[in-house]
Design a protein around this ligand. Sequence first.
Ligand code: GAL
Length: 666
Amino acid sequence: MQIGRLLHGGDYNPEQWLDRPDILEQDVALMKQAHVNVVTLGVFSWSVLEPQEGDYHLDWLADIVHRLYANGIYTILATPSAARPAWLAQKYPEVRRVRADRTRELYRRRQNYCYSSPIYREKVRAVDERLARRFGGDPAVILWHISNEMGGDCHCPLCQAEFRRWLQARYGSLEALNKAWNARFWSHDYTDWEQIESPAPQGEDAVQGLALDWKRFVSDRHIDFFKFERDVVRGIVPEAKFTANLMYRFHDIDYHDLARELDVVSWDNYPTWHKPAETVEQTALDTAMMHDLFYSLKGRPFLLMESSPSFTNWQPVSKQKKPGVAMLSALQAVAHGSDSVCYFQWRASRGAEEKFHGAVVGHDGRADARPFRETAQVGAALERLAPAAGTGRPRQAAIVHDWPNMWALEGSSGPRNAGLGYWHELACHYNALARAGVTVDFVGQDSSLDGYGLVVAPMLYLLREDFAARLCGFVRAGGTAVVTCWTGVVDESDLCRLGDTPYGLTGLLGLRRAEIDGLYDEERRRCTPAAGAPLALPATQASVLCEVAALAEEDPALPLLTYAEDYFAGCPAAAVHPYGAGRAYYLASRFTPDLYDALYAAAAGQAGLTPACPQPLPRGVLAARRDGLLFVQNCTAAPAEALGETLPAYGTAVWREGAEGRERLL
Ligand code: GAL
């Protein structure tokens, strides 16, 4: 899917307006005015595509696809499986999900089909095949969008049977399963596969190996459903390309696994801009972290599939984007590797759940309304940024973010059940690196570490033996690693490692974990620079978890910070250990942001990572790089100086860099 320019458009729901040809006509004219070159069609169209079982109506869709194409607008065509028609749920109750408490849902909402139901798959296959036959070779259709925001789980008898089959394939015998789950605890040894049930509030909720495998299974089921739909279309249109729209900080699916099946990663981005607890820069960093995660999944440009041109209707308070923030947010996506800026939605619906959600065209239909004007400005800017399309990003730093680790970490009762703040932990590292202008990827434990200078392992509680060995090899060969508290604790079944921990990393770090103490939300422990430390770090405060480490007797780490209070005063709170041709940093707790800024300024320099912007930038101004392009964004409400130019409030400058120097593109 290479069309040589950035895509601009969004979810379009003409099925809601089929009785208003005047509006459909106006849409095409307005889209051209807004520099729209793509729309996503069909996401929730099933009840119009197949109003009665086996009675298909695709002409209306073909008319719209072709009218748009005649006006220079491509289609991303969605399969309608995310929301089924009422007749289907009524006639075939098995397609309705069963909740963890074993209640079968009534017909309701969307994204709640049973992914194991053979009948559901048969009905999806039938409608997908018709779409594929009708639109397969159509030059208007540039990409297939499978379903919508897959997620959630189903506990119906069909899924229970699939789960048992999945476990049999994973473990082979009940003996192996019992061992992996340490089922002897509380005498829970299983003697028959039929005894195994998915976790339930009124059932098993304390076998953490079971809970972890259920999450893996559910993730695999979603991916299996994606592959099923993809292969139905691919069977008819071999050259078709596929995406699925992914989500912010999403738990239910291992996106590293899913990404392997996608041609293009896409995601839906709805930051809560302007909340009082956060600056625009902080919200921008939180969003950038997600863009970088989605870029990393395939190491290739992704698509921003949905975003709001103005506000949502589901956040606690629906705040308007202040003037300039729609542009800032759109260009931020491109700066971080998106080849599109798309919206949910083109035109606001009149009724039901999302009638008050922001849209490019509101209920008044006016082209002089702010969301429309700002969207048109974004469209014009994207045309000027066409050289960005398809360009990659440098490989510099990687943060390990691995779904099984997140599931196991959050599912275990341990040193702090009041929350470990896993995503906050990732953000501590990400924000400091991003502010330093370092390009950050997110890798899993299967990913290659080749080409990175710096690898961060934050709270890598479930640390695979092979990854521990690769991390050691990476540092031995000259890389820099940062490893934090609560790393290397359990194996892939959530069984505690026996012997010294962080398992597999004690030689790398030059220390071992002796104890770990949980802190209440309001508790802090002072940490001060260690005497004779080889790197000056600022005094800081520890929070959340305080690991108490014992330095190795031979070849110990060099303390950088020590705890200054509590019974562990004097123990290392941060340390560095030269290892082979590289070095490993150890952080025993979670600290204040300035600690990470100082650590990464030093570590990035030692790792030879050059910042995106050659000159220091004022606070609130962020830089990012794609091949040959430098993006600098002012995330503040006041003008700011960057590279000798003044950026207006929320302004973005883009330079193209070549042998002859730097040329301003935007
Ligand atoms: C997305 C979803 C869209 C729409 C949007 C509203 O999560 O895919 O269909 O509901 O949210 O913000």
